[in-house]
Write a protein that binds this ligand. Structure first.
Ligand code: CA
Length: 221
């Protein structure tokens, strides 16, 4: 999943970005509302984390303009503690959820997981079973035949993306967009390395990941 963080407090933004990456998401960060509006139109984000107080415009205005432009990406609004009116205004403007500062990063992670599931069309089950594999998206856990899989964040992200379409080709471009940030350099074979590690962890007993040479991967149903 790919998340956009809109936050001008750079220390907080670093924490948000790290927390999202820790669970396997790719993150883009901007600190202005105008930049956020450009990004959401250009990229299919799974969710947007949007601060209400931005230097160039209110987060509420960003949200209203997004919705007016037909962008339906789920939005988690960050509000100041105790500002009840902020929350009401945020929900009125089309926010899907809100979190008052300060908040615990694991709460943020859980909210983002829930929003991202909703954002991908709402049809993604929180628990999927493919052969002996069970993927629990709400808890961020997976097991094969009851034995927990110890997955790194990017291995989780690859599995999550493949498991959304079992038996179907998921392109390399699609997978790369789910796990890599635009601003960090990526080795040409980085995706294959993550898939290779994931494949070893799934076998024996779990579903196979088939390579479609030069195009992508299929999680065999
Ligand atoms: Ca702010």
């Amino acid at each position: 999943m790919r998340i956009l963080v809109v936050e001008d407090d750079l220390a907080l933004a670093r924490g948000l970005v790290a927390a999202i990456r820790a669970q396997g998401g790719a993150v883009d960060h901007v600190d202005r509302g105008s930049a956020a509006l450009r990004e959401v139109r250009a990229q299919p984000y799974a969710a947007v984390v949007l601060d209400i107080g931005l230097p160039d415009m209110s987060g509420l205005d960003v949200l209203r303009r997004m919705r007016a432009a037909g962008v339906r990406t789920p939005v988690l609004m960050l509000t100041a503690l105790g500002r009840l009116q902020d929350r009401i205004d945020g929900l009125d403007a089309g926010a899907d959820d809100y979190l008052a500062k300060p908040f615990e990063l694991d709460e943020l992670q859980a909210r983002i997981r829930a929003l991202a599931r909703r954002g991908r069309g709402g049809e993604l089950a929180s628990v999927v079973r493919i052969g002996a594999l069970t993927l629990d998206r709400a808890r961020g856990e997976a097991d094969v035949g009851g034995a927990p899989l110890d997955l790194r964040p990017r291995e989780w992200a690859v599995l999550d993306a493949l498991a959304a379409k079992p038996g179907e080709l998921v392109t390399r471009e699609r997978l790369a967009a789910e796990i890599f940030d635009y601003d960090s350099p990526v080795a040409p074979n980085a995706l294959d390395v993550h898939v290779g590690r994931l494949r070893r962890k799934l076998s024996p007993g779990g579903p196979a990941i088939r390579t479609v040479r030069g195009r992508g991967y299929v999680l065999e149903a």
